[in-house]
Design a protein around this ligand. Structure first.
Ligand SMILES: Cc1cc2nc3c(=O)[nH]c(=O)nc-3n(C[C@H](O)[C@H](O)[C@H](O)COP(=O)(O)O)c2cc1C
Ligand code: SF4
Length: 378
């Protein structure tokens, strides 16, 4: 047995091992954000695959903060019955599950009305999304903080084991943190103390709503990899503060859709030293905090996992793409087949989100079809 298979507690939540399925949008929810049977099936497969903590894809806290098609909603009580089925099913398979909650800000693609403005801290043009957000008023900021708190309460009521705030990848919390997208001159802009105010208010409001015993996690960029964006020093400030404020775990990621090759889900991870591409940043932050650190980004081999856990840079390791291709990866490793993940980090699964099937491993599907047709020929 290795460190990966040692249990760990996060604010009283006992995890059977140190593996996390990083939040993954599956494009499988109903148009109105409700959970579906096929999404539940995919979550159940991860639980059966012995993942220590499964994090759902990002769920929007307000309809004007929906990022993409087929995204889960957590903006309304009507979402709770479907999500309760999800948590029940995962728990029945001895899994543990958290929900990630988000407001997409300028990265909102899906809107109820196409002429509805997208929100952001400041009216800074976003080249990737080709939009300029409307600067949020302080009233709108307050309403969004409350929407996060209400959403987190729904997460708890639906039977999830924890909630994760999406503070990374260029979404609204990240937009407030970044000096590039936050040019405000009020108490929400300027020095990092002010740029982090929105996040800290969200955290406090969520904590108040869910209580001290319910685990709250955050996915945070260690660096945006965008010129003038959120950088290492800011990330350290935020991590230290969240640690003091009682955040229960920080998942460190990096990059935004504007980071080019240095985005959150990088391609061409072939050699061992190309794995875990945020490791050096995590090491720097970990030294200064006592809150458990979860590392994500390019983790592919059990050997690499050992090295990360042994180095003390992270307490848990998180994967997204490898578990799209192999939901049973952790179970496979535990059973002694320690070959690295079969995911080749090609990112074709993003494109698959546009198909009726939703997010799936295109490479695996092709391989299966080839096998089948060979079988028929033979
Ligand atoms: C199809 C797909 C959907 C994703 N959806 C989310 C999401 O909802 N929330 C999030 O924080 N990250 C999301 N990510 C990013 C992953 O969680 C992860 O940070 C990234 O893929 C790097 O990890 P990996 O190398 O293990 O895939 C998504 C990635 C993929 C491939
Ligand atoms: S399509 Fe398959 S192999 Fe390619 S990144 Fe996605 S899960 Fe990995």
């Amino acid at each position: 047995m290795t460190a990966l298979f040692e249990g760990i507690q996060i604010n009283g939540l006992a995890l059977k091992n140190r593996s996390v399925r990083s939040a993954t949008w599956m494009a499988m929810a109903e148009k109105d954000g409700r959970c579906t049977k096929r999404l539940i099936k995919r979550m159940e497969a991860l639980a059966r695959g012995e993942v220590g903590l499964i994090i759902t894809g990002f769920a929007y806290v307000m309809p004007n903060g929906q990022a993409l098609n087929g995204q889960l909603g957590i903006h309304d009580d009507a979402m709770i019955p479907g999500l309760s089925k999800l948590t029940k099913q995962v728990h029945g398979a001895h899994g543990t599950v958290a929900m990630q909650i988000v407001h997409a800000g300028v990265q909102t693609v899906m809107r109820e009305k196409k002429d509805q403005p997208v929100w952001g801290p400041s009216p800074v043009y976003n080249k990737v999304f080709r939009k300029t957000p409307k600067a949020m008023t302080q009233r709108e900021i307050k309403a969004t903080v409350q929407a996060f708190a209400q959403a987190a309460h729904r997460v708890k009521r639906a039977g999830f084991d924890a909630v994760q705030l999406h503070g990374a990848h260029g979404y609204l919390i990240n937009q407030f943190l970044s000096p590039l997208t936050n040019r405000r001159t009020d108490k929400y802009g300027g020095p990092i103390e002010n740029r982090a105010r929105f996040l800290f208010q969200v955290f406090r409001a969520v904590r108040k709503r869910v209580g001290k015993d319910f685990p709250i996690l955050i996915k945070l960029n260690a660096k945006d990899f965008v010129r003038g964006g959120f950088h290492e020093r800011d990330a350290l400030f935020v991590a230290k503060h969240l640690d003091r404020m009682g955040m229960d775990a920080i998942e460190l990621s990096g990059g935004t859709p504007a980071s080019g090759n240095l985005g959150p889900a990088r391609t061409k991870i072939r050699k061992a030293d190309e794995e875990a591409y945020f490791l050096s940043l995590a090491k720097k932050i970990k030294k200064h905090v006592s809150v458990p650190i979860i590392l994500v980004g390019g983790i592919r081999s059990l050997k690499g996992v050992h090295a990360i856990l042994d180095s003390g840079a992270a307490d848990l390791v998180s994967m997204a793409r490898p578990l799209i291709r192999e939901p049973g990866l952790i179970r496979r490793w535990q059973a002694g087949d320690t070959k690295k993940a079969t995911c080749i980090s090609c990112n074709q699964c993003f494109g698959a989100a546009r198909t009726a099937e939703g997010v799936h491993c295109v490479v695996e599907k092709r391989a299966e079809m080839k096998k089948k047709s060979k079988g028929r020929e033979g």
